[in-house]
Design a protein around this ligand. Sequence first.
Ligand code: C2E
Ligand code: CA
Ligand code: CA
Length: 273
Amino acid sequence: CAKEKGKDICFFCPRMRAALHSKIEVAFELQQALPNQELALYYQPQVNIATGEVGGVEALMRWQHPKKGLILPGEFISIAEETDLIIPIGKWVIYEACRQNKEWREQGSYNGKISINISPKQFMQDDFVIYVQEVLARTKLDPSDIELEITESLYLEEGIYSKLEQLRQLGVQLSIDDFGTGYASFQYLKRCPVHAVKIAPQFVMNMDKEEPNKSIISLITALAEELQLQTIAEGVETKEQLSFLESLNCAYVQGYFFSPPLPPEELISFLKS
Ligand code: C2E
Ligand code: CA
Ligand code: CA
């Protein structure tokens, strides 16, 4: 874009054209991904610092593209949100995570909880709570066996507190993902019936590279403790980062230091090792 006599003039340059073209292509292919069973959930362990036990796993979506190989969510989640494809895809994620949890319980291979990422658009659907209830009934899973990860951006939406309350009454666990990176105010945190806050990987991974990160992590853990919420720190890659989080009494840690997100069978091998 350029300025001329106070007006913005936008040129549609080849780079922009190519970006738009690739976005449309992804949106088109993503439409087929669900019926073609190209989407999968990987699972990343959440380790209890005090006991070393795996207390939960986070379900993270992957797209096994027939030609392009494994695609990470960073390349398609925002497009899924823009095109509303996140609604059917998000429903599939909830069902698949619950189905997998039930299967592992029946096999006796894992009996902890599974955390599921919920996009704001998905959460705001009128039938969201009913759908969660239906899936729990269909998979015969206890509501406390799942945790829904919501984002701070939800706080701008109307009617979220009653929805969160309904979920809490159902017995589902709730956490705020990437706490401290969005809009959440203290007021929001005070009113949200969540049981945990998650510290974003960028704070943890870069705690020694960027000055305020350690202070931000300390503040979040202190605030969580004050409000009697659990803290889950993501992006733990080194022993030093783990030690720092341990010194703050952070309850759970998640990161490559322990394990990357794994396909279901590899997660079970990891748990047995
Ligand atoms: P998130 O929910 O904050 O997930 C954490 C991200 O950090 C994951 O990226 C995970 O692989 C990555 N990570 C974990 N430990 C480490 C580490 O030690 N170092 C580094 N560098 N990274 C680490 P991933 O799997 O690429 O997912 C990216 C984002 O996509 C997620 O961020 C989440 O916002 C979104 N997402 C993933 N699956 C779903 C889903 O099923 N539904 C929705 N709505 N969003 C999803
Ligand atoms: Ca998450
Ligand atoms: Ca996160």
